[in-house]
Design a protein around this ligand. Sequence first.
Ligand SMILES: [Fe+2]
Length: 367
Amino acid sequence: MDWISTEKHAQRMLDCYTAQDVFSTAGVLLVRKNTLIVSRHIRLFRRHGIKSIPVLQTAPVPQQVQRRLEKIDPSIGEKYEEQFERMTAVFTADQLTRRQKLQDALDYFDTLLEPIRTSRSIFRTMQQLKGHDQYTYRHSINVGILCALIAEVNGLSDERVLEAGRAGLIHDIGKLFISEDIIRKPERLSEEEFREVKKHPIHGADMLQEYETIPYLHSAVLSHHERLDGSGYPEGAAGEQLSEAARITAIADVYDAVTSDRSYHQGATPFTGMKILEEEMYKGKLCSILGIPFLHYMIRTYTGTQVLLSDGRIGHVVQIPQAHIDQPLIFTSNQVINLYEEDDLFIEDLYDERMTLSSDDEAEGER
Ligand SMILES: [Fe+2]
């Protein structure tokens, strides 16, 4: 159970459940235990002068997607939920049904990618999902979406975009063969456990070999942890040995791993994610030919977004300088702040749009 301030970090409560009944100072029950917190609850807490709230775990990922997208495009929420179930089915299937379940998940992914490609900003929502539960399924879907985006911003054909998406979706399929205890372990892994996890690309590639799946997917599964300078695993392959699919999947995988919540750390902001991608490209580990157009796309996407600063202020990103991607210029309180020139100020998080109230939400009243 965590206590979250209703003032400074209130947006972190969204998508969490209350851990206890919450009473006003006069003893009136305001919100019951196990209620999913939405923006109107936060207003209610503030109105009653409640300084902090005990929260439990976050809502399941499909539910978060539904809630975030219900006003933008509810059909994507439903499709995401269906995709999530199909991924769960792949990872929990027995040997007899696994191949069919995998095919189902791959086939369905085209249906999910289509609306995301036409309304790209939705991917920002997907990237903000909270919690580390069911990480492998969410990570698979996120990496699939990111791979398709990378292929698209690089001008690849529609067919290659879909293939890149499918490759991303199943890149970690080999984790099926790693013990659940290791995959779900909340703490950092021991050296031996990490050695075990590092076998997942080979397990995944062996499995696809049996299914005679197309080479594009096979190379992404086998080589998404390889690096262009030969420093990756499992084979230490380098340079020209790495296919386009493996290079795209590596970029998407690093970005999502850095920006997603894990059991042992809270996800970094997209700005930090971009900075890390840039550094890895600069060191010659990730492919800059495919990665730079993606970085430019991300810079355009996040220019204009609202962010929460470490001192509690909210501002708009007005410019993301290429030289300091993680320290953009922020407009707040009628002034522009250059984060590069501020020693102790940084972006804490993206500001959740749901904290800005709509009239519908207001009309629902207190519950
Ligand atoms: Fe992996």
